[in-house]
Write a protein that binds this ligand. Structure first.
Ligand code: FAD
Length: 558
């Protein structure tokens, strides 16, 4: 097979225009092209009036060798790589019960770790603190509709993890020499995702489909001998040995039940604060890491579509427009858009009582009125250290304490009942209190309480630290230069967005095990090794491979 990259055609090209374009590009006659398929399709919308589709195509030719020889040196003509996934090891059919690995957490990372372990024949046991996805959906709606939070079953916790109520964006910028992202997409399609996710450049699934896909993948794992146990909150880890030779020997559940295992994957997500504290107390090595804080912004989706696509807005191939923005503020802070959800809604994403956290989600159709995105400021351990020093190591738990502080403040500023504090962009830039919505009605439920996000409490604390407020105030008009209308006075800011990534890293070595506890595999977003559904899933695969190879005595190619 031969792969052509960067073949460009106008947005409104005829359906049958690809074949002649390939013939021309390769300089061959029609009979020499036996068949072709689209591997990827993206677009270049920098010129709104001349939007271009960019194709990567796999072609079957009558005489490949001749074409390769003639076009040698052309960087856009290459052999099609083999993207098929192969298991690194296979367990014997009678794999003993006592050697089954444990996977803690059933988000994208735990899901793919468990799936690969199951495909290797290792019959993993998954322990998930939250509930099955259908029950979890009801609990999550309970917060959004009635203001009732279940701290064990919500947007962060339960089957499918944090990605279940999301936009289901499936792209990632991770380097992927082994084509593991293809394995993830292929498994999702097998579980019911639309086939187009295999070839569009920015695939997304949306919330409703994710729910049924996760159930299907759970059934696949179970059919391979794996077990998924819900409402199983891991509250402790069993570790044996002295410093320098410590090994995990199992976990303890909140019910008091102990499960013995010499291999444990920790796929906890970034909100497992109690579990992070427990692991820290048990001496598992971890360190503070940077993350970001800010607000969600909402605009009419039609404004974003017009700014990005002009008269081509509404074209079915383009769909609802997204954006990606960065501004380097004069106070040295970087402000950027995070987890942009075209045609979606802002969601209440807390997992802790009396705290408010925002995030965004959408359905596959992305046809809600508003576009939303996090507008966040990067911060580092020196910004959130709690001991007041300016040097030396920061406690790994400090970032969590910092997040809690602003989430609690948002709860108070929202007026209680999990309402979020909000402000119109025009008022935010001028530093004045908002009292009525304009043309943009915010989508966050249970509701947005208009206020001044700069308003200090008795301790002088606004809704975010002063440097973050200043950087965002500067960034919004600067973003206007990239997206016309971005600083629309009626656009709404809702806060706070604090759970952009894990505030700590549970550091691991080259064997993907904890630096100081053998057999423990910190993985995914909570461990600081992923950010988003795709990278968490890929990390789950890599950790499962490392674990499988260790158990079965094989080497893994990385
Ligand atoms: P998680 O998905 O967080 O899963 C961790 C699991 O571990 C949870 O189910 C939790 O209940 C369980 N757990 C934690 N502690 C314990 C314990 N002690 N015992 C047992 N179980 C435990 N990313 C994208 O790429 N695209 C998007 O469109 C997108 N939208 C998002 C929208 C929202 C509203 C949110 C909240 C996140 C979104 N993300 C998105 C981020 C994405 O969901 C995460 O990056 C991803 O889910 C991380 O996967 P993970 O498996 O590492 O952790």
């Amino acid at each position: 097979m031969l792969r052509i990259t960067d073949l460009r055609l106008p947005l409104r090209h005829a359906e049958d225009a690809l074949r002649p374009a390939i013939l021309e590009r390769l300089g061959i006659i029609d009979a020499a092209l036996k068949g072709f398929s689209v591997f990827k399709r993206s677009y270049d919308a920098r010129k709104k009036t001349a939007i271009v589709l960019i194709y990567t195509l796999d072609c079957e030719l009558a005489d490949e060798a001749a074409v390769f020889a003639r076009l040698a040196g052309d960087p856009h003509i290459r052999p099609t790589p083999d993207t098929n996934y192969r298991l690194v090891a296979q367990a014997p059919a009678d794999w003993p019960h006592e050697r089954r690995p444990l996977v803690v957490g059933f988000g994208p990372c735990g899901l793919f770790a468990a799936l690969i372990l199951a495909q290797m024949g290792l019959r993993p046991i998954v322990l998930e603190r939250g509930k099955e996805v259908r029950q979890r959906t009801k609990d999550t709606w309970g917060l959004w509709r009635q203001g009732v939070l279940d701290p064990e079953s919500n947007v962060q916790f339960g089957e499918g993890g944090a990605g279940t109520f999301s936009d289901g964006k499936l792209w990632s910028q991770i380097s992927d020499p082994r084509h593991l992202t293809r394995k993830v997409l292929a498994e999702f399609v097998k579980a019911g995702a639309p086939e187009e996710i295999l070839f569009v450049s920015k695939p997304h699934i949306g919330t409703f489909r994710l729910v049924s896909m996760i159930e299907k993948m759970r059934a696949d794992i179970e059919a391979l001998g794996g077990e998924i146990r819900f409402r199983q909150h891991v509250s402790d880890v069993l570790i044996e040995g002295r410093e320098g030779s410590r090994h995990v020997r199992g976990v303890v559940l909140a019910s008091g039940e102990q499960l013995r295992a010499d291999h444990v994957v920790l796929a906890l997500g970034h909100s497992a604060r109690d579990t992070f504290t427990m692991l820290h107390e048990r001496g598992v090595f971890m360190e503070a890491k940077p993350f970001s804080i800010g607000y969600r912004i909402e605009h009419p989706q039609s404004l974003i579509d017009a700014a990005r696509f002009g008269s081509n807005a509404g074209h079915p191939i383009l769909g609802a427009a997204d954006y990606k923005l960065v501004h380097h503020a004069s106070n040295g802070r970087s402000v950027y858009s995070f987890c942009m959800c075209p045609g979606g809604t802002v969601v209440a994403a807390t997992s802790e009582p009396e705290r408010v956290v925002t995030n965004g989600m959408s359905q596959y159709s992305r046809n809600e009125r508003n576009a939303n995105a996090g507008i966040v400021v990067g911060i580092g351990p020196q910004d959130y250290r709690q001991d007041g020093r300016s040097d030396g190591p920061v406690s790994p738990l400090d970032g969590m304490a910092f997040q809690r502080l602003w989430e609690s403040r948002a709860y108070v500023m929202g007026g209680g009942g999990y309402q979020a504090p909000g402000q119109l962009v025009g008022d935010f830039i001028k530093g004045q209190h908002s009292s009525a919505f304009g043309n943009v009605l915010p989508s966050y439920k249970p509701g947005v309480h208009l206020t001044d996000l700069h308003e200090p409490d008795a301790a002088g604390r606004a809704s975010l630290p002063a440097y973050a407020l200043a950087a965002i105030r500067e960034a919004l008009p600067a973003f206007e230069r990239q997206i016309k209308g971005f600083s629309l006075p009626d656009a709404v800011l809702t806060g706070v967005e604090t759970r952009t990534s894990s505030p700590l890293r549970i550091t691991r070595g080259r064997n993907l095990q904890s630096l100081n506890v053998a057999g423990l595999y910190p993985a995914g977003e909570g461990a600081g090794y992923a950010g988003g559904i795709m990278s968490a899933a890929v990390d789950g695969i890599e950790v499962a491979e490392a674990l499988g190879a260790d158990l079965l005595g094989r080497a893994v190619a990385t």
